[in-house]
Write a protein that binds this ligand. Structure first.
Ligand code: HEC
Ligand code: HEC
Ligand code: HEC
Ligand code: HEC
Ligand code: HEC
Length: 224
């Protein structure tokens, strides 16, 4: 076959830029590609984030995914494949929420001494406590501190009602009245029970309400 002259090849390439660009733009415009996946709404503070910041495409082409899935169905492959998209992982969250002073970093709970605790609270994953499209923002509840802090005793306790007493009385609801979980809010930790936040306010925050710890944060999520 005779090669087309360089000039018409250039023309062809230039013409192709139009449909190819249009196609990739339509995939990237939020609201267009996003509609394909429609699900519950995002967290209010995540409004405007592109779906693809959390939902990464599964590895391999669609054809490879189908082939691997068929092999799995007939027993030739041990594990199923991620279809279309990978499951959301903590790595995606940490991409925007990594903090140097994290009080409860998820990697710490890989240590064997937390094995029992992990059967009660999935603290090695952000999604063990956080939801994105669900009815509640944070589904851990407010009493899970008990799982790891049951034996807590401070050398010199500054509280008017000591930690030992709070724990003996199983007042696990009280903890988040004074402490946030991640240590990211720069609020002063009260030392009198009467100055603790009412538990209803904390629970409303966990469900999706406003932040009761004063609004200041050492770290804020990165904006793309
Ligand atoms: C901040 C991270 C984040 C963003 C942004 C996000 N999602 Fe999700 N999405 C999740 C998480 C986490 C789950 C797992 C279940 C849950 O928590 O609801 C999920 C689950 C889903 C599911 C259910 C499928 C499954 O694998 O469980 C669909 C569908 C979905 N998201 C669609 C979307 C669409 C559409 C957008 C963009 C409008 C979007 N998501 C943006 C984090 C996110
Ligand atoms: C064991 C449960 C648990 C795990 C695991 C967990 N969180 Fe949280 N998270 C909470 C609770 C409870 C709150 C509300 C109290 C507070 O604001 O600290 C919260 C609040 C937050 C907030 C809002 C307040 C702030 O610090 O800015 C962000 C952001 C957050 N979590 C991100 C993450 C990310 C990212 C991960 C994973 C690396 C994660 N969380 C893992 C329980 C958890
Ligand atoms: C999965 C286990 C686990 C859970 C659940 C947990 N913690 Fe902790 N917490 C730890 C560990 C481990 C440390 C670090 C202690 C150390 O370094 O000796 C810690 C430290 C702390 C500290 C001291 C931080 C500092 O910088 O001195 C506070 C306050 C605290 N936790 C409060 C809470 C509260 C409130 C809850 C519940 C909302 C909670 N924790 C839930 C394991 C846990
Ligand atoms: C009235 C407020 C208040 C309540 C309620 C409260 N704490 Fe504290 N907590 C403090 C103060 C103040 C300190 C010491 C200063 C600091 O670490 O911020 C402290 C310290 C701690 C520490 C650090 C201990 C150390 O050795 O440094 C842990 C862990 C802790 N609290 C966990 C809890 C748990 C778990 C609960 C729920 C049973 C709880 N706290 C309830 C105010 C409170
Ligand atoms: C593209 C960046 C980005 C990603 C990815 C991301 N976030 Fe955020 N997130 C933000 C920003 C920006 C805010 C608002 C500022 C702030 O409060 O830190 C925020 C706020 C939050 C809040 C506070 C909500 C409130 O009402 O106070 C929580 C909880 C949270 N993110 C959890 C997560 C979890 C869990 C994931 C992973 C599934 C995640 N984020 C992934 C950027 C991101």
């Amino acid at each position: 076959m005779r090669m087309p002259p360089a000039k018409s090849l250039r023309l062809y390439a230039t013409l192709m830029i139009v449909p190819v660009t249009a196609l990739s733009v339509s995939v990237m415009i939020p609201g267009q590609g996003q509609r394909v996946l429609a699900h519950g709404p995002l967290l209010e503070k995540h409004d405007g984030l592109a779906c693809s910041t959390c939902h990464l495409r599964a590895l391999g082409s669609t054809r490879q995914q189908i082939q691997a899935e068929l092999r799995h169905m007939v027993g030739l492959r041990q594990t199923p494949v991620d279809f279309g998209y990978q499951p959301v992982r903590s790595d995606q969250c940490l991409h925007c929420h990594a903090r140097a002073n994290e009080r409860h970093p998820i990697y710490r709970f890989q240590e064997p001494r937390f094995r029992q605790a992990l059967t009660e609270v999935a603290a090695t994953s952000c999604l063990g406590c956080h939801s994105e499209h669900g009815d509640v923002k944070i589904h851990s509840g407010s009493t899970f501190c008990s799982v790891c802090h049951d034996g807590l005793a401070l050398k010199s306790d500054p509280l008017d009602v000591s930690h030992v007493t709070l724990i003996r009385e199983s007042l696990w609801d009280s903890c988040m009245g004074c402490h946030d979980f991640h240590g990211n809010h720069g609020h002063n930790t009260p030392d009198r029970i009467e100055n603790a936040l009412p538990i209803q306010e904390v629970q409303a925050y966990l469900r999706g309400g406003h932040d009761p710890y004063g609004g200041f944060k050492y770290y804020r999520g990165a904006t793309p």
